[in-house]
Design a protein around this ligand. Structure first.
Ligand code: HEC
Length: 154
């Protein structure tokens, strides 16, 4: 009898667990997922290694409206790298004026995301606007944190 009660409630629990809308069991070890850890570099090496290449390539492909899908694809790719680069900058805040660093990183990332979106829609005027807005944010950060050097032009 007691075995029957046990089996009945076990069936009930298992049954309820599989009802649609029931919360899924948390993935095992999910709370132990490693946090991102920046690779040790100077900011100079970081900008040169992560931002410079996409910026130079983007400048070439943004010079005129792409005539084919390959051109749009190139804009999308470089825009995405620079936008995600803005996220990476958030792991590299300086001790001084971290709030300003965050502000420029986020604005640069968001303008890069807008550029990606415009390229996805193959909208060149919108792409140009976001591209220039993004460079404005790169430059604002360079003005503050790089003694006004590296003022990038579209
Ligand atoms: C949050 C601040 C910040 C943002 C945003 C930022 N940069 Fe920089 N960048 C720096 C700093 C600081 C340096 C100077 C590093 C050094 O030489 O010490 C730099 C330097 C550079 C350099 C020169 C690298 C070299 O080899 O001398 C390039 C190119 C560059 N950034 C591109 C970009 C581009 C493109 C963007 C926008 C998409 C951008 N950066 C956004 C902080 C920023």
């Amino acid at each position: 009898m007691r075995l029957f009660t046990f089996l009945a409630s076990a069936t009930l629990v298992v049954g309820l667990g599989s009802l649609p809308g029931a919360a899924p069991a948390p993935a095992r070890g999910a709370d132990k997922a490693p946090a991102p850890v920046p690779v040790p570099t100077s900011m100079h090496d970081f900008m040169e290694g992560v931002f410079q290449g996409p910026y130079r390539r983007l400048k070439v492909v943004m010079a005129a409206e792409p005539k084919d899908n390959a051109g749009w694809k190139a804009i999308r790719g470089e825009a995405l790298i620079l936008a995600e680069g803005g996220n990476l900058l958030l792991f590299r805040k300086p001790e001084k004026d971290a709030d300003e660093w965050t502000k420029y990183s986020v604005a640069s990332r968001d303008a890069g995301a807008d550029l990606f979106k415009a390229a996805k829609a193959k909208d060149f005027p919108a792409a140009k606007k976001s591209y220039e807005a993004m460079l404005g944010q790169c430059n604002a950060c360079h003005k503050k944190f790089d003694n006004g050097k590296n003022q990038l032009v579209p």
